[in-house]
Design a protein around this ligand. Sequence first.
Ligand code: DON
Length: 306
Amino acid sequence: MNLHDVLNRAIENNRKWCSKGNVATYIPELSKANPCALGVSLCTWDGKIITAGDCDTPFTLQSISKICSLILALQDNGREKVFSKVGMEPTGDPFNSIVKLETLEPSPPLNPMINAGAIAVTSLIKGSDVDERLERLLTLIRAMADNNQIDVDWEVYTSERETGNRNRAMAYFLKDIGIIDGQVEEALDLYFKQCAIKITCQDLARMGLTLATQGIGPCGEIIIDPAIAKLAKTFMVTCGMYNASGEFAIRVGIPAKSGVSGSILAAVPHRMGIGVIGPSLDKKGNSIAGVHLLEELSREMKLSIF
Ligand code: DON
């Protein structure tokens, strides 16, 4: 069976899961997504894209952007500075949980993949203002995806900014305990914008390949320092699927990062990148059909890194 058939069959077999979850509604604009959609795109080692299912509808990066902001913050500041503001440990709590910020003594957020940690990381991105910082982040994402058209979805951004009170609360707490040094509102604004960057499955697949190749972009140029690409993939394994990362490692075994748009970015080291969209989410905020689909692909193509 060729790759096209493998993907088509995985879509057919797993679409049924869409009805078992729900589309995110806490960001009102995301509630407009089609809960029955399921699409997958795969970018092979030679840069070839293969797609199946509903791959043409764009969606927003949401938490997948946390990988890109971490890469840029590490490039801008180095490991020592970044990891003085955010930890390296999984939490076992939901992605937007506040509780450990205070109960573990006022201390850095546990990792860069939870919202509190991601906002702290975003505050480290260099640039004279939010526009310049966003442009630098877009430049990285466009290079990883080999797509200069990638931009912010302004409706989703506005929707996030108007309803992001929990993120706002965490950011002000981080300012209070000295984790955010600069302007809180600027860090939040960049965070809302990065989550609202609009992409497709094909973009995600190419971004996944860039990580899988240890930072070499689709056109052969070095986009990410190999040590940083390795670190990003390690966080994808330990915290990329939030408090379902352990189960995902066992069922799928591929470094991956999810977003509440129902998107998943997966990087199979030295083999391929995979992009998935399926807006219907499970209780922990991961694409319910998307996770099942990746489980099937991993089994069929022996993709687990373990
Ligand atoms: O800040 C938020 O809550 C969203 N913009 C992103 C969260 C997210 O994608 C979590 N994903 N599973």
